[in-house]
Ligand binder design. Structure first.
Ligand SMILES: [Zn+2]
Length: 243
């Protein structure tokens, strides 16, 4: 059987193809889904950590100050939701078909955005020899529950899936990943360690009420996450040595 795809996809297929392939039809296009088992690379000992703060306005912000915006993503989602509402009002067969198609297009778009962001972050960590520190997913769910106005714009993929994509890519690249406790990462000063919710007067603003340090709130949070990643790695490493 002949395959088409990017050079990288074809190499992966040639090296790691496993088991049977499925031929499926989605919205008039045929896809051949081949299963590959790609072994993870051994994890390299990290020289520091790149902290990643997951959010909604910025889907991901790193401790280096890189913002990966979800702006386009949210706009597309709102458009799709409007269309969906109109289609749901009509209960015709063609409306249902169109609805299904839109839902798939939306999911594909979201997956593309997540893959792109995950790739950039993992490439940056790999290039600089660092590990990646992510907030513990359970903690993110807790935090999201508290922010009611933002919950409306939240979709499962815009948040938790991105963390999963990053962890998956990191494992493939041999980049260490540490999940950290996300408590107070947005209220803690990444310079002096002072914790005060008044240090964050606005969504994007952090100004430490103790030492006066000022930074974009997401970058400050990502730096705290990076620091916790370093501490977390040291703890788990020491435990591993003792065992
Ligand atoms: Zn401070």
């Amino acid at each position: 059987m002949a395959f088409t795809g990017s050079a990288q996809q074809l190499t992966t297929l040639a090296l790691y193809r496993k088991g049977e392939s499925d031929l499926v039809c989605r919205d008039g296009t045929w896809f051949l889904i081949a299963t590959c088992e790609v072994p993870d690379r051994p994890v390299a000992v990290p020289d520091g950590f790149l902290g990643v703060d997951l959010g909604i306005a910025n889907l991901a912000t790193t401790s280096d100050g890189a913002h990966h915006s979800g702006k386009g993503l949210n706009a597309v989602r709102h458009r799709h939701r409007e269309l969906r509402r109109r289609l749901q009002a009509k209960a015709t067969k063609s409306a249902k078909r169109l609805l299904k198609k839109r839902r798939r297009a939306e999911a594909r778009f979201a997956a593309d955005v997540n893959h792109t962001i995950a790739k950039r972050i993992v490439t940056e960590a790999e290039r600089t020899g660092r590990g990646i520190a992510l907030e513990d997913l359970q903690g993110i769910r807790e935090r999201v529950r508290l922010r009611k106005p933002q919950r409306v714009t939240l979709h499962a993929w815009s948040f938790r899936r991105l963390g999963g994509f990053i962890a998956y890519r990191a494992a493939r690249a041999g980049v260490a990943v540490v999940h950290v406790d996300p408590a107070y990462t947005s209220q803690e000063c990444s310079v002096c360690g002072h914790v005060d919710k008044r240090s964050r007067p606005g969504q994007a603003i952090f100004i430490c009420t103790s030492c006066g340090f000022a930074e974009h709130a997401d970058v400050n949070a990502a730096r705290n996450i990076a620091a916790r990643g370093v501490a977390g790695w040291a703890v788990s490493h020491a435990a591993g040595d003792a065992a």
